[in-house]
Design a protein around this ligand. Sequence first.
Ligand SMILES: [Zn+2]
Length: 166
Amino acid sequence: MSVTCRVTTSRKSVAGPCAVCRKDLSSGIVYSTVMIHLGQGKYGKARYVGAKLHLGICLATWLFRDYDRFSYREKKSVGRPIGGLLSPEDRQKRYHLVRTYDRVLRYIDNTDDIERIRMLANRAEGLMIQITAVGGLLNRKLSRRSSVTRERIILKLRKVGMYDGR
Ligand SMILES: [Zn+2]
C-alpha cells in the first residue's frame, strides 16, 4: 500500500456503488473508504482521491491492486551507461582515452594536411587499441558526433589507408 493511502471504516448513510464490484453499498452497511493523498493542489489545499468499498473481498482486491501499482513500478535508468563492470580506475582510464581519441578525430577533421592526417590516424589507431583493452570496443551509438562529421572524418582516414568506422 502506498504511504499516502489511508483506510477508514464507517457505516454507510447514503447508498452508493462499490468502486470494485460496482454493486450497491446499501445504507446502514459497514464499509471502507480508502483515501489517497495526492499532494497539495492550488492554494496549498490537500487533494485526495477516495474509493468506497465493501469491507471484505472488495477492500482486499483494491489494496492488492494498489500494491501492484506501486511495487512493480520499474525505475528506468536514463542517460549514458556508466560502465558498471569497470573498476573506478579503469573507468577513469577509459574515459581519458576516449576523450583523447575524440580530440584526435577532431584534429583530423580540422586539417587537410595529408601528413598530419596520417600521423593523427596512427595515434587514433593506437588509442583505439588501448580503449578496446580497457572495457571493449566503443559503442558508436553513444558518440555525439553527427553523421556528416563522421563521414567527413572517414573520408580522410581512407585517404591515408585507414578506416575506423567511427
Ligand atoms: Zn464491492
